[in-house]
Design a protein around this ligand. Structure first.
Ligand code: 5RP
Length: 231
């Protein structure tokens, strides 16, 4: 395992230690969340931990089933105790850019339904001010073109995300929408940007997760650093 993968793994193990019997747990998406899902599966199987998971993407659902985590959905369990998820960037105020893997809409819905959102990352993703990674916006397919025009006028450098396996075709999310990535270096006023994006008709959600994360667990070469300090 590379150093970065070890960092992700350490962060995941630290966050999973917060889980208790009987909890409804949001299962995040991406490579770091996959370490958490695998560890939860191990605890369910080997130590009889009784939890029920709500996956935030089809990929996470598949992995959760493979490792034997009992699953439910928000219709059955609209209240989630803890969600453990990754992030693409985080700042010292625990504001996040998420959605590099395209699951931001379900991730934000599950996070918003959760009492606690625990974020797990490697040390390379810290960015204060927030930036260094495109900010994704999930948009209704019908509205993608005029939204692109508006974002260009705002000089936010939008690019329609294309499929990795078919680069001439737009990426389609689990909810059937497109994603526009804003290639901006720094998000100096994340709350203001979030408000502007939310006001655009056809924008379903954006990847700025502001004031949502209770803790960020950062895997380092020496261990795990938790934000806020002392948490
Ligand atoms: C997916 C996400 C992921 O949590 C984020 O992209 C981090 O992924 P990884 O742990 O693979 O770096 O927001 O929509």
């Amino acid at each position: 395992m590379t150093e970065v993968e070890q960092q992700k793994h350490k962060a995941a193990i630290a966050a999973v230690a917060e889980l208790r019997d009987g909890m409804i747990v949001g299962l995040g998406s991406g490579s770091t969340a996959a370490y958490a899902i695998t560890e939860i599966g191990r605890l369910v199987k080997d130590e009889g931990l009784s939890i029920t998971g709500i996956p935030t993407s089809r990929n996470s659902e598949k992995l959760a089933r493979e490792v034997g985590i009992p699953l439910t959905d928000l219709d059955q369990q609209p209240h989630v105790d803890i969600t453990i998820d990754g992030a693409d960037r985080f700042d010292e105020n625990r504001n996040l850019i998420k959605g590099g893997g395209g699951a931001l809409l379900r991730e934000k819905i599950v996070a918003a339904a959760s009492d606690r959102l625990l974020i797990i990352t490697d040390a390379q993703k810290q960015a204060t001010p927030l930036g260094g990674f495109p900010v994704p916006i999930e948009v209704i397919q019908f509205g993608a073109a005029p939204i692109m025009v508006k974002l260009q006028r705002w000089e936010l450098n939008p690019k329609l995300r294309m499929r990795a396996d078919a680069p001439d075709k737009p990426y389609v999310t689990d909810e059937g929408n497109h994603i526009i990535d804003l290639h901006v270096d720094i998000v100096d006023l994340p709350h203001e940007l979030a408000r502007r994006l939310e006001a655009l008709p056809g924008v379903v959600e954006h990847g700025l997760f502001l004031d949502m994360a209770e803790r960020v667990y950062v895997g380092t070469d020496d261990g795990v650093t938790v934000y806020p300090p002392g948490a």
